[in-house]
Ligand binder design. Structure first.
Ligand SMILES: [Zn+2]
Length: 167
């Protein structure tokens, strides 16, 4: 497989038995479907090892935002989407095979944004407050009939119980 940025051959390495493919030319890495979750936590040894390994190949990319093709499925252009709870890192994901390409430095960014338990609880509180503001402020609108209002209240409490169940 070729590096989608530099077109050099990707090297394969196993990190804690999970195979990853990285580019020595740019420090980017290809993670197969669902394997990013093994590396996103900096307290996890695998995450730490992979970030350290990639950091030796770190380089400044000029065209990081250019759309790239999936190294595994050369006909498919990868989609760009935000990753991490705070939506701060944009990653490339293949809609065909689910592989994720991380450019140089992006794994560290994802790791540094991993929230601890307390931060997660605060974020949940913040989200609840936002929903409360949107739903309840919208209610006294004069064109709203009562049925629609009670739908909104139900929807809000459904959401609230969903969030607290997934705590
Ligand atoms: Zn693919």
């Amino acid at each position: 497989m070729k590096c989608p940025r530099t077109h050099t051959t990707l090297k394969k390495v196993s990190v804690g038995k999970v195979p990853v493919y990285y580019s020595e030319a740019c420090g980017g890495v290809l993670l197969e479907n669902n394997t990013l979750s093994h590396f996103e936590n900096p307290q996890d040894k695998r995450g730490n090892d992979l970030a350290n390994h990639l950091s030796q190949f770190h380089c400044e990319l000029v065209s990081k935002n250019k759309r790239i093709r999936c190294p595994k499925c050369p006909d498919i252009v990868m989609l760009q989407r935000f990753y991490s709870p705070l939506h701060a890192v944009e990653i490339d994901e293949c809609p065909g095979c689910g592989a994720i390409w991380l450019d140089t430095g992006e794994l560290e960014k994802i790791q540094s944004l991993m929230l601890n338990e307390k931060e997660r609880a605060l974020l949940r509180c913040e989200l609840m407050k936002q929903h409360e503001r949107i739903e309840i402020k919208g209610m006294p609108h004069k064109h709203d009939n009562w049925d629609r209002r009670s739908d909104k209240i139900d929807a809000f409490f459904d959401l609230a119980s969903y969030i607290s169940n997934s705590w």
